[in-house]
Design a protein around this ligand. Structure first.
Ligand SMILES: Nc1nc2c(ncn2[C@@H]2O[C@H](COP(=O)(O)OP(=O)(O)O)[C@@H](O)[C@H]2O)c(=O)[nH]1
Ligand SMILES: [Mg+2]
Length: 254
């Protein structure tokens, strides 16, 4: 059977032209990182558009993004009134990609933990996947300079999410991902419950339920060198509880 016969109409149309790709970056006080990041993204992938979702950062990140968008038509900005969290920022990017008819949405953090050098491999993987994950836990991937305790905690959360939700990727908690937009369009975003850390696992679970194919490409995750982390341990515990509730639903089959 010819390869194209096994593809959906959407995949066929993407295969016959260059895919329109949107790279989304959620920002809260990332003025030290964003200008460097935008340059790096365009250095490796000049064909993409970039969407910055800024939550009224007090340091002026949103203002910088506006100015950049005036000089470069590949740059777009969504402003939100206040700090509404990474999960809802990611959903806003997904909705934007659907509304503006992009083929792929690639999401990465602003702080260089997700280095743009991996973008070409992520995009190449989309030929055979609906979701490509920049993965710390597949062969060749890893984390730089994490103490043993943090490594173990992250691996435990991943093991817990994979087993309780029946997810196949090795890295279910990272945010460096590329999505096929036509697959995202099958989701009902109003059913997404997570507002904090469990968002990453929850979205994979909903994607699995609409038949998404997952694949991973290795990345080395490095901690931020500039700016402040927005990590919060109360939110991390809330995430475990949400994954547990989803796991129960997963096994009961509702
Ligand atoms: N728009 C928006 N972006 C956020 C928010 N919280 C975090 N971010 C961004 O999400 C990404 C990951 O956040 P970070 O602080 O690095 O989290 P950590 O890597 O878990 O420490 C960064 O690009 C942040 O600027 C938020 O409430 N709104
Ligand atoms: Mg970070």
């Amino acid at each position: 059977m010819p390869l194209t016969a096994a593809m959906s109409d959407t995949e066929n149309s993407v295969a016959s032209r260059s895919p329109r790709t949107l790279v989304s970056v959620a920002t809260y006080n990332e003025l030290e990182n964003l200008p460097l990041l935008v340059d790096e993204i365009f250095a490796v992938a000049p064909q993409v558009d970039i969407l910055v979702i800024d939550d009224n950062s007090p340091d002026g990140t949103g203002k910088w993004a506006d100015e950049k968008s005036h000089g470069d038509e590949r740059v777009h900005v969504l402003h939100r009134a206040g700090k509404l969290g990474l999960g809802t920022a990611t959903i806003a990017a997904m909705q934007y990609a659907i509304d503006h008819e992009y083929d792929y949405l690639l999401n990465l953090d602003a702080d260089f933990s997700h280095h743009p050098r991996y973008i070409p491999a992520m995009l190449a993987g989309m030929d055979n996947a609906d979701v490509m994950i920049g993965s710390r836990y597949c062969p060749g991937g890893g984390v730089k300079d994490w103490p043993l305790k943090r490594r173990l905690m992250s691996q435990c959360v991943n093991f817990y999410a994979r087993t309780s939700l029946g997810l196949s990727p090795k890295d279910c908690s990272g945010a460096y991902r590329c999505f096929r937009v036509s697959t995202l369009a099958k989701l009902d975003f109003s059913r997404i419950r997570s507002r904090g850390y469990s968002f990453q696992e929850e979205i994979l679970w909903h994607l699995k339920r609409v038949g998404a194919r997952f694949d991973e490409t290795p990345i080395i995750f490095a901690d931020r060198e500039r700016g402040q982390s927005k990590i919060n341990s109360k939110e991390a515990l809330a995430a475990l509880w949400i994954i547990f509730r989803m796991g129960v639903k997963n096994w009961v089959g509702v």
